[in-house]
Design a protein around this ligand. Structure first.
Ligand code: ZN
Length: 144
C-alpha cells in the first residue's frame, strides 16, 4: 500500500505553486481559518501517487466534497467526464466568476462537472463570497 506521507518541503512547494489558494475554488488561505490541505488529484487507492504532479492545494470544503471522485457528470450533456485537474489544466479555461463574483459557473463540460461534483457554489461559499467581494478580497486576480 502506498503511504500518504508527503514531506514538509513538498507541501511548502505545493503551497507556493498554488499561491496559497485552493486549486478549485481559489479561496485564499489568508481569509480562511482552516488550514488548506494537500489533495491527491487521483486518490492513492485509485493508483494516484505522491508525486507533485498529482498533488494540489485545496481548502477543506473542496477537499471534502471532492473526496475520492475523479469524474463527474456534466449537467448539460449528462456525460460522465474527468474532473478539472489543477496540475494539467488552467482554471480560467474551465471556470469563471459570476458578474457579482460570488458564484462559479463552469465554462466547459469539465468545469460544469467539477462545479457540481465539488459543489463550488455550496451554500457556505455563496454566503461568504459577497463579504469578500465587499472588502475587495474576491474574486482573485488572475493567477500568474
Ligand atoms: Zn476550495
Amino acid at each position: 500500500m502506498t503511504s500518504s506521507y508527503i514531506p514538509e518541503k513538498t507541501k511548502a512547494r505545493i503551497r507556493t505553486a498554488f499561491q496559497n489558494r485552493c486549486a478549485y475554488c481559489l479561496s485564499s488561505q489568508r481569509y480562511v481559518y482552516g488550514p488548506f490541505e494537500i489533495e491527491h488529484i487521483i486518490p492513492l487507492f485509485l493508483g494516484g501517487s505522491n508525486n507533485e504532479d498529482n498533488l494540489c492545494l485545496a481548502c477543506r470544503l473542496c477537499n471534502s466534497y471532492k473526496g475520492v471522485q475523479t469524474t463527474g457528470v456534466d449537467p448539460v450533456s449528462k456525460q460522465t467526464i474527468s474532473l478539472f485537474n489543477p496540475r494539467a489544466q488552467v482554471w480560467q479555461d474551465h471556470f469563471c466568476w459570476s458578474k457579482e463574483g460570488t458564484s462559479v459557473p463552469g465554462k466547459t463540460a469539465i468545469g460544469r462537472a467539477t462545479v457540481e461534483a465539488i459543489q463550488l457554489n455550496n451554500e457556505l461559499a455563496v454566503q461568504v463570497r459577497p463579504s469578500w467581494v465587499a472588502v475587495g478580497w474576491h474574486p482573485p486576480e488572475e493567477l500568474g
